[in-house]
Each structure stands twice: as C-alpha cells, then as structure tokens.
Design a binder for this molecule. Structure first.
Ligand code: SF4
Length: 241
C-alpha cells in the first residue's frame, strides 16, 4: 500500500490505540524502587519470570538501604531463575548503594544520572523516566527493535538509532505509551519466530517481505495479559545491553 510516512504512522498509531491503549507495563511493582529492580532483573529474561521472583524479593527488601546491605548470596538465591543472577545481584546492590549515598535514597530523574547507576542502561533509564517520572522516553527493547525494522520504521540495528528514528515519527508526548504498545505488538502479534501476519491489523501497511509466508500460517493470537498492576528490560553490566 502506497501511503505517505505521515499516513502510515497515523494508521499505526490508530491500531496501537485500538489494540493496546491502557495496558500497563507487565512487570509487577507497587513502588518506584521495585520498578527499577524489576527492570534490572528483566535483562535477558521475560517479565513473566521476573514477576515470579519479585513477590519474595520485595517482601525481603523494601528500601535502597535494604538492597545496599543485602547479603549477595541470599539475593542471588532469590533472583537465580532470572539468569545472570550474580551480575544482577551485584548491580542491584551497587545501584542501591549509589542511590542511598548520592541521591538520598531516591531514584534520580534524569537520563544522565540514571545511566550512571550500575545495571542501568539507556533502555532501563527510559523505562524509569517514562513510567515513574512521566517524562517522554522511548524504550527500545528486542520487541520494539524487531517490529520497527519489519514495519520499515528504521533501517538500523542500533537501539539508540532506532530510538531516534522512532522519535522523529511518533508524537513526543506519547513516546512512552506508544513504544510500550509497539513492545506489546511484538510480544503478542509480531512475534520473533511465528508472527501472526494473517490476523495482523496493520498487514496492509507492513512492508516486511516475509509477511506473506506467515500470513498463510496464522495461529490464534495470545491475548495480552489482563491489566493487573502496574515494565521492560535492559541489561545489567554482565548480561547484554
Ligand atoms: S504483518 Fe506480520 S510482520 Fe508485519 S507487523 Fe504484522 S505481524 Fe508483523
């Protein structure tokens, strides 16, 4: 379908609103620090798996001081199933020590300060900025990267460049929300191995050549998790960014 970039973006946004509007991030948290810790844990791990360990974790540690003073072996034991557990435990302890010492126990609200925290890279920082501080921020995870490439929204492989490309076409005030909706589209519809092109509502505007193959193999889509409680993922130093 030959549409201008503007019209294509409008159709994409309309679809995302129709399908995913109001859906929160899928990491469970009740307090700001919990979102930060859960996002660090989500590096190279599914939100689902993180949500299985955080109830115990959040009962055991509540404040930055609690994490800063944690026994590494005990913390590792709790988060073991999320993978890269030694690096993640180390980063959580160091990150919270820094929050306690440099930021009076509060999570900083600028990208520059956030990325100074161990275990926090740009993606994690953007999750925090957008979801805790209401600052427009585009989160580029593996789903957003794949979907953006298939939809022709970017030609880059580099998350920072993809973030810039998306920033040029999406309205800034909706960056956080729409990048989260792209993530959900990637998680539930435009999946990595078996995209559900046959039932994809934006099939007509998708330029991905292989979509015709997958459109013949349509399977019922998983439904997005129902709204429960109120995130994303970026890697700690150890796992990948
Ligand atoms: S048509 Fe297929 S490849 Fe294109 S966005 Fe939809 S699910 Fe993804």
């Amino acid at each position: 379908m030959n549409l201008s970039k503007k019209d294509k973006t409008a159709r994409l946004v309309a679809y995302l609103d129709r399908k995913f509007k109001g859906r929160p991030i899928e990491l469970d948290y009740a307090m700001p620090l919990q979102l930060l810790v859960a996002t660090i844990l989500s590096a190279q791990c599914t939100d689902e798996r993180v949500n299985r360990v955080t109830p115990v974790l959040f009962r055991r540690y509540r404040t930055a001081s609690d994490y800063a003073g944690a026994d590494p072996a005990e913390l590792e034991g709790i988060i073991r199933s999320t993978g890269f557990f030694r690096a993640k435990a180390r980063n959580i302890i160091r990150c919270c020590s820094l929050i306690r010492e440099k930021h009076a126990g509060k999570i900083p609200d600028t990208l520059e300060e956030l990325v100074q925290l161990p275990g926090v890279w740009r993606k994690t920082a953007n999750v925090i900025l957008g979801n805790l501080f209401g600052k427009p921020a585009i989160v580029v995870d593996t789903h957003v990267k794949r979907v953006s490439q298939r939809l022709g929204l970017t030609r880059s492989d580099d998350p920072n460049r993809i973030e810039q490309d998306l920033g040029k076409i999406l309205p800034p005030r909706r960056w956080t929300e729409l990048s989260h909706h792209l993530l959900l589209h990637g998680r539930y519809v435009c999946t990595a191995k078996a995209p559900r092109c046959g039932e994809c509502e934006i099939y007509p505007i998708c330029p991905w050549r292989e979509k015709t193959v997958y459109s013949r193999e349509a399977k019922p889509a998983r439904t997005a998790r129902p709204v429960k409680r109120a995130a994303a993922k970026t890697a700690p130093r150890g796992p990948s960014r």
